[in-house]
Write a protein of this length. Structure first.
Length: 189
C-alpha cells in the first residue's frame, strides 16, 4: 500500500469560482449543464436530461436524507460556478454503503464538457476537502480516465487498489483522500 500521508497542495483554494451546495435557484443553470453533459454522453445525465428540474429536486431531497432509493446513502451535491454557470458537480455520499465501499466511492464528480481543463473539478474537490470533509473518504475512477486520475492526484489521493467493475465492465482505481485544513485567502499587501 502507498504511503498514507496526504500530499495535497498547501495553497488555499482560489476564489476564481464560487463553490457551494446545490440550490433550487440553480434550476436554469442545471438545465443547461444537464443538456450539455447528456449531449456529450455522460451516463448519469442520460436519464436526467428528460426532466432536469425533477432531477435537481431529487438531489436536494437526497441531501436531506429524503426520498432515497433503497440502500442509497444521504448524498449532498456541490457545484463550482462561474457567473452562475455550473462548471463542475461533485456528489458526496455521507454514509458507508456496500456500493461506496466496493466501487462507487464516497465522492463522484464531473466537469462540464465545454469547460474541461480549467481546473474546476480540482477546485471543487479541494473546496470540499477544506470545508466539508471531516474524515478520509474513498474516490474511484475508470483507470483509463487520465484527467480524473490527475484531479485525484492533485487532491493528495493515496492509491489503494485496482478493482474490476462488472456493471460498467471496466477497471477502476480506488484512492483515499483526506480532509485539508481550511485556509483563508488574504488580500495582497
Amino acid at each position: 500500500m502507498a504511503d498514507a500521508t496526504p500530499t495535497a497542495r498547501e495553497q488555499p483554494v482560489p476564489a476564481r469560482y464560487e463553490c457551494r451546495p446545490a440550490r433550487l435557484t440553480d434550476t436554469a443553470a442545471y438545465r443547461n449543464y444537464v443538456a450539455e453533459c447528456a449531449e456529450a454522453g455522460l451516463p448519469l445525465y442520460q436519464v436526467a436530461q428528460f426532466d432536469p428540474d425533477s432531477w435537481l429536486q431529487a438531489l436536494l431531497d437526497h441531501a436531506r436524507g429524503h426520498n432515497l432509493p433503497s440502500g442509497y446513502p444521504t448524498t449532498t451535491t456541490y457545484f463550482a460556478l462561474d457567473a452562475g454557470e455550473i462548471l463542475a458537480t461533485l456528489r458526496l455520499r455521507h454514509d458507508d454503503s456496500e456500493a461506496s465501499q466496493q466501487w462507487l466511492g464516497h465522492i463522484g464528480y464531473e466537469t462540464r464538457p465545454s469547460r474541461r481543463g480549467e481546473g474546476a473539478a480540482s477546485l471543487l474537490l479541494a473546496w470540499v476537502q477544506q470545508r466539508i470533509l471531516s474524515k478520509p473518504v474513498l474516490v474511484s475512477c475508470d483507470e483509463q480516465n487520465q484527467a480524473s486520475r490527475r484531479v485525484i492526484a492533485k487532491a493528495g489521493g493515496v492509491w489503494l487498489e485496482r478493482r474490476f467493475h462488472p456493471g460498467d465492465r471496466c477497471w477502476l482505481t480506488v484512492y483515499r483522500i483526506f480532509p485539508l485544513p481550511h485556509q483563508i485567502e488574504h488580500a495582497p499587501t
